[in-house]
Design a protein. Structure first.
Length: 57
């Protein structure tokens, strides 16, 4: 649960950086991949929690 909270905070920070990129304060080609990677890692962490890992012996 704490992992998702940290990732949500990172998404918020990268979204703010992307807004700075849209205002041309930071290059947009730097901020857009950061936002994409943060969202991708967040979605990956949500989807891998409930994966079946086999029966325990």
């Amino acid at each position: 649960m704490a992992k998702q909270v940290i990732l949500l905070i990172l998404i918020g920070i990268s979204f703010i950086l992307n807004l700075f990129g849209l205002m041309k304060l930071i290059p947009l080609y730097v901020t857009s991949p950061i936002l994409f990677v943060c969202v991708l890692i967040f979605i990956h962490s949500l989807l891998t929690r409930h994966r079946f890992k086999g029966f325990q012996r």
